[in-house]
Design a protein around this ligand. Structure first.
Ligand code: HSE
Length: 295
């Protein structure tokens, strides 16, 4: 069996809608081998599709098709730590697991660039799939066929604290609420902040992050789909977060916090409970610079 470890990801990072994403130290595990039949199971009893609609299977089959091979069946054992439909890249983790597993089974006919492209074609945008494969912070432009990307490793004294509600928000729903067009000044507002985010994160100018995470492309429209989101943002800022943003399409809210802010997660949970928001869980994570690995 091939054993694959795939990191969670956080996309958009505020203003970098569909362009910026980073990998986190929170992992799904997938075991895979060729089989005569489709045999999909969950090692942790989390409900997953166990037929040809399983996204790992679909992605593996896509790679076989691209390589002109037929995938008869597949044995897959999934361990899903990354919560589903929470804005932490659970779908991307499945896509990358399928592609990396299939590519490994075929003796690595596709390059890393090919995998980044194919993953973006399956998902529709590259900002979760690319960091899930590559690790670090990834800046990516998808032209519809190819992804033009840069991966940068990040060695900062930062924590990424995921504040995860007990409800799901499907990406399709969170994309359906976005406007078709935006004013020119809003485009300038966003592109300047997305650029500021990367430059500030990578140079350690963390005091810029609070400005850099603001955007006018998606967060204002999605906040109404996430009850109590504004309150959670305020609590995180009150406890000293550098920047707070909707992770991917939400509903998880991500706080970027100094490593020396030792009790942030504990204080956050205490305040959430006091505010009657005990359904929100707090997970302290870091940037994963390695991406997907065979283990
Ligand atoms: N960039 C995507 C979005 C990430 O915000 O819709 C979620 O998959």
């Amino acid at each position: 069996m091939i054993n694959i470890r795939i990191p969670a990801t956080s996309a958009n990072l505020g203003a970098g809608f569909d362009a910026l994403g980073l990998a986190l130290t929170y992992y799904n595990y997938v075991e895979m081998e060729e089989s005569d039949v489709i045999d999909i199971s969950s090692a942790d009893n989390i409900k997953i599709p166990q037929d040809e609609n399983n996204l790992i299977y679909i992605s593996a089959k896509d790679l076989y098709n691209v390589c002109g091979k037929k995938l008869q069946g597949l044995k897959i054992v999934q361990t899903n730590n990354i919560p589903m439909a929470r804005g932490l890249g659970s779908s991307s983790a499945c896509i990358i697991a399928g592609l990396v597993g299939a590519n490994t089974m075929l003796g690595n006919p596709l390059t890393k660039d090919d995998l980044v492209d194919l993953a973006a074609q399956i998902e529709g945008h590259p900002d979760n799939t690319a960091p899930a494969l590559l690790g670090g912070i990834v800046t990516a432009v998808f032209d519809g066929k190819k992804v033009h990307w840069v991966k940068q490793e990040v060695f900062t004294k930062l924590k990424f604290v995921a504040i995860i509600p007990d409800f799901e928000l499907k990406t399709e729903k969170a994309r359906a609420c976005l406007p078709k067009e935006i004013p020119h000044k809003d485009a300038v507002y966003n592109l300047s902040r997305a650029a500021l985010f990367s430059a500030s994160l990578l140079t350690g100018k963390f005091e810029n992050l609070r400005t850099a995470v603001h955007d006018r492309l998606h967060q204002p429209y999605r906040m109404s789909l996430i009850p109590n989101a504004r309150e959670v943002f305020d609590i995180a800022y009150n406890h000293g977060a550098y920047g707070v943003y909707l992770s991917g399409a939400g509903p998880t809210i991500m706080a970027i916090v100094d490593e020396n802010n030792t009790y942030f997660a504990g204080k956050m949970k205490f305040s959430l409970d006091n505010a009657g928001l005990s359904g929100w869980q707090v997970h302290e994570l870091h940037i994963d610079n390695n991406g997907t690995a065979l283990i």
